[in-house]
Design a protein around this ligand. Structure first.
Ligand SMILES: NC(=O)C1=CN([C@@H]2O[C@H](COP(=O)(O)OP(=O)(O)OC[C@H]3O[C@@H](n4cnc5c(N)ncnc54)[C@H](OP(=O)(O)O)[C@@H]3O)[C@@H](O)[C@H]2O)C=CC1
Ligand SMILES: O=C(O)[C@H](O)CS(=O)(=O)O
Length: 485
């Protein structure tokens, strides 16, 4: 890739046991730039045999890696962190070319991804055990924490760097080793990070990247008794499947799945602040995040004012185009299926009575570009009410009172992120308590950060990533009962 300062960061190979390898079959995956439709590059399409070799390498590396002190592991994670910042521009450029998000947003994701390496480098040194007063005078009870072992990870295309370090940072800090299958649409961010991990001193076998046939690689991971933990970010459909597969060897599992985030605006809200939060919560990554607002629930008394303000903000602030261009903040969707899904949700809503206020069609640029769209007076019968749109569609639903808002917000199988705006303290606590979600943004539309436990309930998954909870997912608790005789 000619535009890189450090051309070696473009790594068209898999990374197993410290070596850059091709697929046994010689097969390749074509990676397409979603903005141009051009082939950006190819990576090997690996399968079961290569994955089994990666698992064996991770298992062989486990003893040496877990025997390092927490400080030694932390120092290597911090070197990796520093290298990600040193190469931030190149990593962002790679991401924009394979995922489509604008360069500034891609650079922001690299910083976000690196922040997980720093956070878990710090957490590594705070994996504390405990002693418990024994029931018998000559006994001592000690609780220790130990790494679960080899981890199998499968990551999505929408955050091709951060979803890797949010898992690998925690796993390596805990003393685990890891085999990662990146999304086939965005493998170059993963292989570039493998190069930087190697340069940071991550020993061979500790961090492995296996692009390729998803179901075959997942089967190799879940059928291996050497793999003690599965961690996945992606669709609920695939998550369900992996949960079933992981039962074969009772593997620990963490699932960050789909969402259907409500964004509630009460009549006592600061409407300008609510619109600012709405723009952030809806249009980040062109709406392609699982915590993006999927339903705006706005109290009837302020719905017209809210929609007018939101339409003005969308018209004035959102610029659609190729993410390599300086003033663009809405890039292409990941592929034509994504465009079709947004179109389907818009047309279904309008056919069922929604009012189209802005946009409504694929962008004149064509390809995977979609015009940011605003519809109002949506209702529960529409697909946008129950399905995750995963695109730049803002759908506004009216509600009458607080009870109505909470009932509508909870009327979904998902429970990942939720948001609401109110300046009534009593209402803030009542609604925060009543929402069936893992995360609640209150008077803010941006909740992603390294320090807090990210995750959901119901069909949005199991477990938490980030925060102190994130490292616990890669640790086993051991109870020692010592009889002093
Ligand atoms: N929670 C989140 O952050 C995300 C949620 N999603 C949700 O998922 C929907 C579909 O997006 P999509 O990217 O297709 O999500 P998928 O769940 O299909 O893909 C996510 C990852 O899972 C892999 N995968 C696909 N099929 C299997 C399988 N049978 N066994 C094991 N791994 C598999 C993919 O590999 P490959 O790329 O090779 O197919 C990719 O690495 C989105 O519309 C959104 O609702 C999507 C992305 C992120
Ligand atoms: O902010 C994040 O961490 C992303 O939204 C994660 S995801 O759920 O969209 O993949």
């Amino acid at each position: 890739m000619e535009a890189l300062k450090e051309t070696q960061l473009y790594c068209p190979f898999a990374y197993i046991d410290g070596s850059w390898v091709a697929a046994d079959s010689g097969e390749q995956i074509e990676v397409v730039n979603p903005a141009t439709g051009e082939v950006f590059g190819t990576v090997p399409r690996l399968g079961r045999a290569e994955t089994e070799r990666a698992i064996a390498a991770a298992d062989a590396a486990l003893v040496g890696w877990r025997s390092l002190t927490a400080q030694e592991r932390a120092d290597i994670l911090m070197k990796w962190h520093d290298l990600m910042f040193e190469h931030q521009d190149d990593l962002a450029r790679i991401m924009t070319h394979e995922q489509g998000k604008p360069l500034k947003e891609a650079a922001g994701e690299i910083a976000y991804a690196a922040s997980f390496l720093r956070w878990f480098a710090e957490e590594a040194r705070r994996v504390y055990g405990e002693t418990i007063p024994a029931a018998k005078p000559n006994q001592r009870i000690v609780i220790t924490k130990q790494p679960v072992g080899v981890v199998g990870a499968i990551t999505p295309w929408n955050f091709p760097a951060a979803m890797i370090t949010r898992k690998a940072g925690a796993a390596l800090a805990a003393g685990c080793t890891i085999v990662i299958k990146p999304a086939s649409q965005t493998p170059f961010s993963a292989t570039a990070m493998a190069l930087l991990a190697e340069r940071a001193g991550v020993p061979r076998g500790v961090f492995n990247v296996v692009p390729g046939r998803a179901s075959e690689i997942a089967s190799a991971m879940t059928e291996s008794p050497l793999v003690r933990k599965i961690t996945f970010t992606g669709s609920t459909e695939v998550g369900r499947q992996l949960m079933s597969q992981a039962s074969r060897h009772i593997q620990k599992i963490s699932l960050e799945l789909g969402g259907n985030a409500p964004f509630i605006v009460f009549e006592d809200a600061d409407l300008d602040a609510a619109v600012e939060g709405a723009m952030a919560a809806k249009f980040r990554n062109a709406g392609q995040t699982c915590i993006c607002t999927n339903r705006f629930l706005v109290q009837s008394s302020v719905i017209n004012a809210f929609c007018e303000k939101l339409a003005v903000a969308m018209n004035s602030e959102l610029k659609v185009g190729d993410g390599t261009e300086p003033d663009i903040n809405i890039g292409p969707l990941i592929d034509d299926k994504a465009v079709a899904k947004v179109s389907e949700h818009v047309h279904d809503a309008v056919d069922k009575g929604a009012e189209l206020l802005l946009g409504g069609n694929p962008h004149p640029l064509g390809g995977n570009f979609f015009t940011p769209t605003l519809i109002s007076f949506a209702n529960a019968d529409m697909k946008v009410a129950q399905e995750e749109t995963f695109g730049p569609l803002a759908a506004v639903f009216p509600f009458e009172d607080e009870e109505d808002a909470v009932q509508m917000a909870n009327d979904t199988e998902y429970g990942l992120a939720s948001y609401f705006y109110s300046r009534d303290l009593g209402r803030v606590w009542r609604v925060a308590d009543a929402l069936e979600y893992g995360m609640v943004g209150i008077n803010t539309g941006l909740i992603s950060n390294t320090t807090a436990p990210f995750g959901g309930v119901k069909a949005s998954g199991l477990g938490r990533e980030g925060g102190h909870q994130g490292i616990e997912e890669f640790l086993e608790t051991k109870y020692l009962c010592i009889d002093l005789g």
